[in-house]
Design a protein around this ligand. Structure first.
Ligand SMILES: [Zn+2]
Length: 463
């Protein structure tokens, strides 16, 4: 995440404490009557599944809509109560910053204290449901309207807090895209895919999906959503200042939320580019000639391009192959344009900037893979799984000591994004210590995959 040399915001860390709310306070008078969740569903469900069911019932907000919003914001992770870059808390990202006050609204509507809303998952979900219901009431939605997710678009867009209509639409479209595609189980919570036809109202004309306003003039694939002029310094680089570095960040927030934050004059931070986790889409917020406030070090700010990646440093689920590949293509472009060496002395993490107070991109960022992509080793291999069993285990890392996170059936054709050395395994094709990454944090032993190569596949990156 970015930080300006002038930023003096204090980051409230709660020491990982998860305050358990043993008895949720009675809702305030403005809330609707409580409706009991089905006892049979609540009895055996995961606590988070129970929390979503209870919040949906109490405030009459579609349960799947709540889950999709939470997944878009946090992948349903609480981050131990630590705030996002824009001052948002918990899996539903209840915000307290100079422009957005959903945390405060949630406290008023539910009667719950802010510590519980920030740190307890059930309270956090309940608070978000209360805020959304209040927005729906203010928009005139009646009971029948509330039963249909398509009527909630304006409430979702308002919850995101973006002032730019195009970014507000980007935020809400992300939630509806998740409803359309479905969400696979995270912490015991899933959403089935469904058709959606969101009623966008005034935002229908704000932008087309996947694009924000006009396109970047610096980098063809990027959309353009300019940061507030309060959040960067106008310059005429590279003539005014040499561009010597690319600084890699992780947003500590969502894609749309980060782009929106850079448009908020109170942020006092910005980055040149931000990438989306799900598909590698990219938006530019500051022209490359100008100085974004991201590195927390004025010299490095003046001499660098700052690139943000949607996600949180403590959750590897955000760091997809799509995002790595799209980001590496930009870094490669920038390095060629300004003569920046494609090495780790010049393509650095925020944590490596002298005096850095931030840890991003963190230990889950795969530098080996990223740098190979930046250096032009960008192939994607493929192979066919062959196992005497009906399925082959998929593990979270390159070895048998990593957790099993799924299986692939015998005969499946798999894409191979990178290859790593790991545990030695003897399988269908002999003995090998090579593991193939077939998806985000998903590896299979090469001893069971026919790739046509005995060893590493040429032009496929190491990871
Ligand atoms: Zn950073």
């Amino acid at each position: 995440m970015p930080v300006s040399v002038a930023a003096r915001r204090t980051r409230l860390l709660l020491g990982g404490a998860l305050a358990l709310v043993t008895g949720l306070a009675a809702p305030a008078a403005v809330t609707p009557p409580a409706v009991a969740a089905p006892a049979s569903a609540a009895a055996s469900a995961h606590p988070l599944a129970t929390a979503f069911a209870a919040a949906a019932a109490r405030y009459d907000v579609p349960r799947d809509l709540l889950v999709a919003l939470g997944y878009a914001e946090s992948r349903l992770d609480m981050h131990a109560g630590a705030p996002s870059a824009s001052g948002g808390y918990g899996l539903m990202h209840l915000v307290h910053n100079p422009a957005v006050h959903t945390l405060d609204e949630a406290a008023r509507l539910t009667g719950l204290g802010q510590p519980a809303l920030r740190t307890d998952p059930a309270a956090n979900v309940l608070g978000a449901a209360a805020v959304l219901r209040s927005y729906a009431d203010q928009a005139g939605l009646d009971r029948a309207d509330r039963a249909d997710v398509d009527h909630w678009y304006a409430a979702i867009a308002r919850y995101g807090g973006a002032t730019d209509p195009a970014v507000a639409r980007l935020y809400a479209d992300t939630v509806y895209d998740l409803l359309r595609a479905g969400v696979s189980a995270v912490h015991g919570v899933a959403v089935a895919a469904r058709p959606v036809a969101p009623q966008r109202g005034a935002l229908e004309r704000a932008a087309t999906p996947g694009e924000i306003g006009t396109l970047s003039t610096d980098y063809g694939p990027a959309a353009w959503a300019p940061a507030s002029t309060s959040n960067y310094t106008v310059a005429s680089r590279p003539s005014s200042h040499p561009i010597r570095y690319v600084v890699i960040h992780v947003t500590q927030g969502s894609y749309a939320g980060s782009i929106s934050w850079f448009q908020n004059p109170s942020a006092q931070v910005s980055a040149h580019y931000t990438f989306r986790s799900s598909d590698g889409a990219v938006t530019q917020s500051v022209r490359e000639k100008d100085i974004a406030w991201h590195a927390g070090n004025w010299t490095y700010n003046t001499q660098s391009i700052g690139i943000e990646h949607e996600g949180y440093v403590d959750d590897p689920a955000w760091f997809t192959d799509a995002m790595y590949r799209a980001s590496a293509a930009l870094t490669r472009n920038v390095a060629d344009k300004y003569g920046i060496p494609k090495d780790r002395q010049h393509i650095i993490g925020h944590v490596e900037v002298p005096g850095a107070t931030h840890t991003d991109p963190g230990p889950n960022w795969n530098w080996t893979y990223y740098m190979q992509l930046v250096q032009g080793i960008t192939g994607i291999g493929s192979g066919t799984v062959s196992t005497p069993s009906s399925t082959l285990n998929v593990r979270s890392g390159p070895g048998t000591s990593y957790a099993v996170v799924g299986t692939v059936a015998d005969g499946t054709r798999v894409s191979i994004y990178c290859q790593a050395v790991g545990t030695t395994v003897t399988g269908t094709y002999g003995t090998s210590n090579i593991w193939n990454r077939i998806g985000t944090n998903r590896y299979v032993s090469d001893a069971y995959v026919l790739t046509g190569y005995d060893g590493f596949i040429p032009n496929v990156p190491r990871c």
